[in-house]
Design a protein around this ligand. Structure first.
Ligand code: SAM
Length: 357
């Protein structure tokens, strides 16, 4: 009976442009294997229908660990004096991009904390150099900035921007970010979209105070905003943050969130996040079976990537730089998929038709 209810609810959610929050909450709350499996299977079918069998790669370079923010969950928060901060030089970044490009990966994600020392003109020149030398897609992920900076980087050739919202609920957002406002993220999302960036968003699952209803609201937010990419990972407590000692986000709930996001967004790129791979065993494989179609190998030089500690136990942090891409081939093969070395631009603007699971 309850499996039948799950199937009927799934059919409604998959067919609605704006699914009912209560339906999403009901599906997120399923825990019995017999009830969860139809959700994961429907997500896998939707992924195959809209994205195919290829797994796209985005090479990430974490180029600065300086951050002015005080996000309660993040190891890079400004008050953490126990970490060594670094900023990579333009030459070091270009060398990392050379490694990415030489492995056939066609997207670089340049990420940093919200670094007050980041000169927008310097980053614009880095973007121009990357485009000129390697011609690959550039995603920036450097947080909240004025529209002028986003415009400058877009003119320099940046293609995409990754700005996770962490939670689309104002009260929950406020409880995790002293002195910062969700409206600022909305303003940034508006600016980035109107400047023509392909836009990535995302949330953490398992934040303190987060209910299933919050997550259902986030999934609805993703469905309505039609983001090009959506990253969903479990919250992992960091010992040098206010949230130390709290339990990490649940992997099964994270997987159900990924699956329902696939079912409602159809053609958004969904990474199997590094956080999902950093929870004891490598749950990225489960993410790839629950609707995800992207992996993000880390190309930060090894001497820096151990210092970019947003949460502890980050996957492959001591692996030699660039070893990841080879490992990705193995991961894909293990689940009967292949690595897709194309740029992986957005598919969201293409015609989307609902599928009944
Ligand atoms: N500063 C940029 C920004 O704010 O968008 C990008 C860097 S920020 C460190 C990248 C992401 O790390 C955040 O969006 C958040 O989702 C994730 N993150 C930070 N702390 C985390 C934690 N303790 N557990 C899981 N993910 C975390």
């Amino acid at each position: 009976m309850s499996v039948q209810t799950v199937k009927e609810t799934l059919a409604r959610v998959a067919a609605a442009p704006s699914p009912d929050v209560e339906d999403l909450r009901y599906l997120l709350a399923r825990e019995a294997d017999a009830e969860v499996q139809p959700i994961l299977d429907a997500a896998d079918r939707t992924r195959r229908q809209f994205m195919g069998n290829g797994i796209l790669l985005r090479g990430i370079v974490e180029f600065s660990s300086f951050c002015r923010n005080t996000c309660f969950y993040c190891g890079l928060h400004a008050g953490n004096t126990r970490i060594t901060r670094y900023r990579m030089s333009a030459e070091e970044i270009l060398e990392s991009v050379r490694r990415i490009s030489s492995q056939g990966v066609q997207t670089v994600v340049l990420q940093s904390g919200e670094d007050d020392g980041l000169d927008p003109a310097w980053l614009a020149q880095v973007v121009r150099d990357v485009k000129k030398r390697f011609g690959i897609a550039v995603t920036l992920s450097v947080g909240e900035r004025p529209r002028e900076d986003y415009a400058l980087w877009r003119e320099a050739g940046a293609d995409r921007y990754l700005l996770k919202i962490e939670s689309s609920d104002t009260d929950l957002y406020d409880s995790l970010h002293a002195g910062r406002r969700l409206e600022t993220r909305f303003r940034c999302i508006f600016d980035l979209t109107t400047l023509g960036y392909q836009l990535g968003c995302g949330i953490m699952v398992g934040l303190p105070g987060q209910s299933l209803r919050h997550i259902a609201g986030d999934i609805l937010f993703f469905a309505e905003r039609r983001f090009d990419m959506i990253g969903i990972g479990p919250f992992i407590p960091h010992p040098e943050t206010k949230l130390r000692g709290l339990p990490p986000g649940s992997v099964p709930l994270t997987l159900r969130t990924v699956a329902l996001t696939r079912i409602v967004t159809k053609a958004a790129h969904l990474p199997a996040t590094t956080a999902l791979g950093s929870m004891g065993r490598d749950y990225r494989l489960d993410g790839l079976r629950a609707g995800a179609n992207v992996l993000m190998p880390n190309f930060t030089p090894v001497e820096y990537k151990t210092l970019y500690e947003i949460y502890p136990g980050k996957r492959c942090v001591s692996e030699p730089t660039g070893a990841c891409a080879l490992c990705m081939e193995g991961l894909a093969e293990g689940i009967g998929r292949t690595i897709d070395y194309s740029r992986g631009d957005s598919l969201v603007t293409q015609a989307v038709t609902p599928e009944r699971p």
